[in-house]
Write a protein that binds this ligand. Structure first.
Ligand code: URA
Ligand code: CA
Length: 430
């Protein structure tokens, strides 16, 4: 097999065989196929697409590139969730404990932040002592003991990690077959029987609108059907940051607030909706409204908060921040973004806000960089809110004055305040 022939055939719109796809994925992983050929192939796929058979073959090759989590020794079915990437998403930190508190095992492998979007592993690592690098056995026994485990991707689907890094720098992320195979390979390798995928739609997201997200959603559901994983897709709005906080430690604190019933309503709403779907497809007896009611109950009566505490401490984390939020280290320099005029918040550009938070150091500019857990933004005014001149729209946590000033400039530009009241678009798109 020659890589140049594979590229040429894809360029000309032909269907590749499963063997050809496995050849290029494995060749890339072991260094026999150079990156420039892989990226040429990615661009050909971007323009010519893939048949469903090709998408399945790519998914399988990505799964087979690494280890696969075996959860069969668990007594109960396990569920998982995935987000296509948002700004201040925070959902997993609250959803996991809610689902586990309802008695359904939550088994999730998470990634690090990518571009302007945050990653759950980075967020969890802002908790002193918390371990995200678990062995297979530790992962399973953690679920046994507490009903929840969230760990790093480890040795699962390593070829996806490499391909994603190439896509990120070659403008080939936004391709439905590549997105679907990437996400589904990680979900299949993770071993859960049922998965809810939260497709973020809007300004700060992979998909600009509902029409763009639907084909990718259908594709992932079809891959799930073909490979024995129940997959359900939910589309939620990512026009503005979700909840108030964006940044690693800030989002951990936001999760605690939400679990205490003091968080922002939009985050709680997404958590309850996703929990309801997860419980419904888990194979346990839950369904629809009863599942949503149970999720709401554990969130409101403190059961999910107790589960969060048990989870964090059993993965090695110091839980003092739960009762004493001040004990979690935040960056020392704070600055406020204030409204220049009176009126209503017309929009908060999630992409610009995410970029500002990333540049503060909460995300990486290069893959080998480490993140600053203590920096970020708290977005106090949301789309539709009435504000007067001088009203604090957002608070920034930065390492130094210069970084704070730059973030203030960017976040000021992310807010549009105008005279007209606005109707807020629904959080749930489909
Ligand atoms: N998230 C992923 O994990 N992969 C993609 O390709 C896009 C979003
Ligand atoms: Ca948030």
């Amino acid at each position: 097999m020659h890589m140049v022939d594979i590229i040429r055939r894809k360029r000309d719109g032909h269907e590749l065989s499963a063997d050809e796809i496995a050849y290029l994925v494995n060749g890339y992983l072991n260094g026999e196929v150079p990156e420039y050929q892989v990226t040429a192939w990615l661009m050909a796929v971007f323009f010519k697409g893939m048949s469903f058979e090709e998408v399945l073959a790519l998914t399988d090759a990505l799964v087979d590139s690494g280890e696969r989590m075996d959860l069969s020794e668990l007594e109960t079915p396990a569920v998982d969730k995935h987000s296509t990437g948002g700004v201040g998403d925070t959902v997993t930190l609250v959803l996991g404990p809610v689902v586990a508190a309802c008695g359904v095992a939550f088994a999730k492998l998470s990634g690090r932040g990518l571009g302007h979007t945050g990653g759950t592993v980075d967020k969890l690592e802002s908790i002193p002592g918390f371990r995200t690098g678990l062995t297979h056995q530790e992962f399973v026994s953690q679920i046994r003991k507490t009903g929840i485990c969230v760990a790093g991707q480890g040795a699962m689907a390593p070829a996806d990690d490499g391909l994603y890094a190439l896509r990120d720098v070659t403008a080939t992320v936004e391709s439905d077959p590549l997105v679907a195979a990437s996400i589904m390979s990680k979900k299949i390798a993770g071993g859960a029987g049922a998965v809810v995928i939260d497709l973020k739609v809007g300004r700060g997201a992979l998909f600009g609108n509902r029409e763009q997200a639907v084909p990718a959603a259908r594709l992932m559901e079809s891959i799930g059907r073909a490979r024995g994983v129940r997959v359900e897709c939910v589309m939620t709005s990512m026009d503005q940051p979700l909840g108030n906080a964006a940044g690693n430690a800030l989002e951990v604190l936001e999760a605690v607030k939400t679990l205490k019933g003091q968080g922002s309503a939009d985050l709680a709403e997404v958590v309850i909706a996703l929990a309801a779907r997860l419980l419904t497809i888990s194979g346990e007896e839950w369904e629809g409204p009863a599942a949503a009611a149970e999720a709401r109950r554990v969130l409101e009566d403190g059961t999910a908060l107790a589960k969060f505490s048990q989870w964090i401490s059993s993965q090695g984390g110091d839980i003092s921040f739960i009762d004493d939020p001040g004990s979690l280290e935040l960056a020392p320099v704070t600055a406020h973004v204030k409204s220049e005029s009176s009126g209503y918040v017309q929009s908060v550009d999630a992409l610009a806000a995410g970029r500002a938070v990333q540049l503060l150091g909460a995300g990486r500019l290069r893959r080998d960089e480490s993140v600053d857990h203590g920096v970020g933004g708290v977005f106090r005014a949301r789309t539709g809110d009435g504000v007067s001149a001088g009203h604090v729209l957002a608070t920034i946590y930065a390492r130094d004055r210069a970084a704070a000033g730059e973030a203030v400039r960017r976040i000021t530009a992310a807010y549009v305040v105008g005279a007209e009241p606005v109707t807020v678009k629904p959080l749930f798109i489909a």
